[in-house]
Every structure is written in structure tokens, then in C-alpha cells.
Design a binder for this molecule. Structure first.
Ligand SMILES: Nc1ncnc2c1ncn2[C@@H]1O[C@H](COP(=O)(O)OP(=O)(O)OP(=O)(O)O)[C@@H](O)[C@H]1O
Ligand code: SF4
Ligand SMILES: [Mg+2]
Length: 329
């Protein structure tokens, strides 16, 4: 895949596979694998926001967790700044680089210990990971609270004492406390009311500017949100990237039948260009039993004989626009 604007990618993901074993019986024998991520190549430029979309279960979270090393990939390389393979790091080296990669989840409770005040939980992170003393850490907590738009006195509260939007701000404060270069936002606004969603999105965009060149992988099933925040968008289906392009290009000229189907599910706002409508048939097949050939062929209205036999590769069909479909080769 060509590099974006000739920049060295901050991350170059190559043939990433994450398979989960399926175990059965008393002996917990492995009887198969869930191919959650099944051969993904992706490059992310420093400072860019890459949106990652696709139906539930297609492997978005698994990619995000692999980047921050919460999942051990089965295969592949995740090259940082064209030099270090993150998957080969261990011990102190891994600990150091891990700080640069943070993740914000849909449910902020998952990263916030309910028994600690915000001041305590963030200051502990700062003392342990950044080597600050207690006073320095408390000062930094105040600064972080202000940065995410919360009154610093709220730091004395426990996570359950915040509203949903405020709690997500706290989770973001904790994530940026380590001054990451890369932030995975995994459905970070999906559980919030629409008005709160846009506040958090604006916060993320502001933080990016204030922190120089933070890079985001923005995972969401909400296409309108992804369109608003992303520079480029990758569309995933059953563990593979099906299409990747600049946001405007993807939304104006989707090439892959799956992308077209996803986009035709968005309500058309008056004045918007009417897109070719494709209604998806059936459910997403199981990632434990991926269809042969093009994995989308069992649901694709354009499928031919070839599609059930031969897997299409992700190819550049226009500058910076990649698609994995025999029709666009
Ligand atoms: N720890 C695990 N063990 C076994 N299977 C898993 C595990 N984590 C995820 N999976 C499976 O891997 C596939 C991809 O899951 P993943 O959570 O990455 O999808 P997703 O695109 O994030 O979906 P959603 O939009 O619902 O969040 C699914 O089939 C899921 O059931
Ligand atoms: S390769 Fe065939 S089945 Fe797959 S998306 Fe293209 S036309 Fe549809
Ligand atoms: Mg997910």
C-alpha cells in the first residue's frame, strides 16, 4: 500500500491476524478458531484520524486492542515509525512504548477503578508511569481536568459521581495523562446522548491540536460521527479491510458493494446525493466459519461464480483509494 503524503507512517500494520481458539469438552480441546482479524494491512500517518467502521463482530475492537497490546496477535507485524515491531517488544521496552498507545472505551468504568477518587487514580498513574512525586502529580491532575473541560475540584469525586459524558471526559484525561502519541477511541461516544457526543468529539479534536500530532484510530458504527471526525476511513467486514479511502472520497464514491450497503442504511438528508441503494441480505456469517473466496459473497447482490472461489485483494483503484472486490479490479 502506498504511503500517505509520503510521510513515514506512525504505524504500519502488516498481515495482522488475531484468532481466538474455540475450546470444547472436558479436555478443553481446540476445535476451531474465531478469525476476528484475518490478514489486515493498514498504514496510519502521524497526526491523522483514521475511522474504522463495519458491522458488529467484524473485528474493529480486536484491531484496536492488538495495537495497544491488550490482545496477542496470532500473526503479523505492527511497525512503529518505520523501525520497531511492537509485537516483538517485551519487558521494559514494551512498558515504555505502551505509554504512547492509549485506548478509550465505550464504557469508561472499564478503565476507572470505582473505589478510587479521580485524583487518586490519575495521580497514581502519573507517579508510577511518569515518575512524578505526589505534589507534581496532583498539579498535573488539576491541569488534565481543565484540559478535558472539568472543574479541577471534581477530581475529589469517585467515578460514579459523574454523569456519562463527564465520566468519559475523566477516562480521556486518564488516557492523555501519559502523553500518548496514539489514541484508540473504541466507540468512545456511542453510549452518550447526541448532544454530549458532539461535545466529546469536539474535545477529542481540540486535544489533538493542543497535543501537537496525536494520531487517532476512531472506531465506531456511527457513520455520521466517523464522517465528521476522520481524515480517512477503513471499512471492515469479517476480519478484513474491504475499502479504504479519504473520508470525502469514501462517502461520495464508495466502490465496494459492502460500503455501498452500509452507506445506503444512513437516512438521506435533503440535498444529499441519492446513492445507489443496496439492502444487505441476511446476517454476518460467523468468524469461526468464514465463507470461501470473497467473504462477502453470500450477501453480495453482485456475486458471481468467481467470487465464491477467489478472494479479492485490496487494490488501489484511484490514488489513495483501495478496494477489495473483483468488480473494481
Ligand atoms: N476474547 C475473545 N475470545 C473469543 N472470541 C472473541 C474474543 N474477542 C472477540 N471475539 C470475537 O471476535 C470477533 C470480532 O470481535 P470484535 O469485538 O473485534 O468486533 P467489533 O467489530 O468490535 O464488534 P462491535 O461493533 O460489536 O464492537 C467476534 O466474532 C467476537 O465474538
Ligand atoms: S468480489 Fe464479488 S462478492 Fe465480493 S464484493 Fe465484489 S462482487 Fe461482491
Ligand atoms: Mg467493538
Amino acid at each position: 500500500m502506498s504511503e500517505m503524503n509520503n510521510q513515514v507512517p506512525i504505524l504500519k500494520i502488516e498481515d495482522l491476524k488475531v484468532y481466538f481458539p474455540i475450546k470444547k469438552g472436558l479436555m478443553r480441546r481446540t476445535v476451531g478458531h474465531v478469525r476476528a482479524v484475518d490478514g489486515v494491512d493498514l498504514q496510519i500517518a502521524p497526526g491523522e484520524t483514521l475511522g474504522l467502521v463495519g458491522e458488529s463482530g467484524c473485528g474493529k475492537t480486536t484491531i484496536g486492542r492488538a495495537i495497544v497490546r491488550l490482545n496477542e496477535p496470532t500473526n503479523g507485524r505492527i511497525i512503529y515509525n518505520d523501525s520497531t515491531d511492537l509485537l516483538k517488544l517485551e519487558g521494559e521496552e514494551l512498558r515504555q512504548i505502551r505509554k504512547k498507545f492509549q485506548i478509550v472505551f465505550q464504557d469508561p468504568y472499564s478503565s476507572l477503578n470505582p473505589r478510587k477518587t479521580v485524583k487518586r487514580l490519575i495521580s497514581e498513574v502519573l507517579m508510577v508511569q511518569m515518575g512524578m512525586n505526589q505534589n507534581e502529580a496532583y498539579e498535573e491532575v488539576k491541569h488534565l481536568m481543565n484540559e478535558v473541560g472539568l472543574n479541577a475540584v471534581y477530581a475529589e469525586r469517585y467515578p460514579h459521581e459523574f454523569s456519562g459524558g463527564q465520566r468519559q471526559r475523566v477516562a480521556i484525561a486518564k488516557a492523555i495523562a501519559l502523553q500518548p502519541e496514539f489514541l484508540v477511541c473504541d466507540e468512545a461516544v456511542s453510549a452518550l446522548d447526541v448532544s454530549i457526543q458532539s461535545q466529546i468529539i469536539n474535545l477529542l479534536m481540540d486535544l489533538k491540536e493542543q497535543h501537537g500530532n496525536m494520531t487517532y484510530l476512531f472506531i465506531s458504527h456511527a457513520l455520521n460521527v466517523v464522517e465528521h471526525i476522520s481524515d480517512r476511513v477503513a471499512v471492515m467486514y469479517l476480519g478484513k479491510i474491504m475499502e479504504l479511502a479519504k473520508t470525502e472520497e469514501l462517502f461520495d464514491n464508495p466502490a465496494h458493494p459492502y460500503t455501498k450497503a452500509l452507506l445506503s442504511a444512513i437516512p438521506i438528508i435533503s440535498g444529499m446525493k441519492q446513492k445507489e441503494r443496496i439492502v444487505l441480505q441476511g446476517e454476518v456469517p460467523s468468524a469461526a466459519n468464514v465463507p470461501s473466496g470473497c467473504r462477502f459473497h453470500v450477501r453480495c447482490p453482485y456475486a458471481t461464480e468467481r467470487c465464491s472461489q477467489e478472494e479479492p485483494q485490496l487494490k488501489e483503484i484511484a490514488p489513495g483509494h483501495f478496494c477489495a472486490c473483483h468488480l473494481t479490479e
